[in-house]
Design a protein around this ligand. Structure first.
Ligand SMILES: [Zn+2]
Length: 135
């Protein structure tokens, strides 16, 4: 029962965060300055302004460490829950969006997965983080 409650609370928090992220109204520094809750729009870990896009792409050591830790968890989760092809596609999409570069496809990639992965990357981080919207 406790795990179910924790899971539901996590889902609620995640839903609120995603709604704010997608509407670009989350409590990032740029919004906090506008609301007079902070004095500087700069990311506390990196010199650029902290907007919602920056949260996912921040190159600071702190953000990179967190990203790497979460990617290990994501990879483990995907291995348990989906096909190898979809797992690799999702990991390539996250990496491409985080590092703002095109993915490198190994020779064995199926053309349909490559096309879908590229299409998802082109939709951008907001669409991807809000759901896997391949058409
Ligand atoms: Zn940053």
């Amino acid at each position: 029962m406790k795990n179910h409650i924790n899971s539901c609370q996590h889902a609620t928090w995640k839903n609120v965060w995603m709604a704010k992220y997608n509407a670009r109204i989350g409590s990032v520094r740029i919004n906090m300055v506008r609301r007079k809750h902070a004095t500087s729009p700069a990311c506390p870990h990196y010199r650029s302004p902290e907007n919602t896009d920056h949260i996912f792409t921040c190159p600071s050591t702190t953000a990179s460490t967190s990203y790497n830790t979460q990617m290990i968890k994501l990879e483990y989760f995907l291995k348990q829950t989906t096909s190898s092809e979809l797992q690799q596609s999702i990991l390539k999409i996250v990496g491409a969006l985080r590092h703002r570069r095109d993915p490198i496809y190994d020779e064995g990639w199926r053309s349909d997965y490559k096309r879908l992965t590229t299409k998802q990357i082109n939709l951008g981080q907001r669409a991807f983080l809000g759901g896997f919207w391949i058409t």
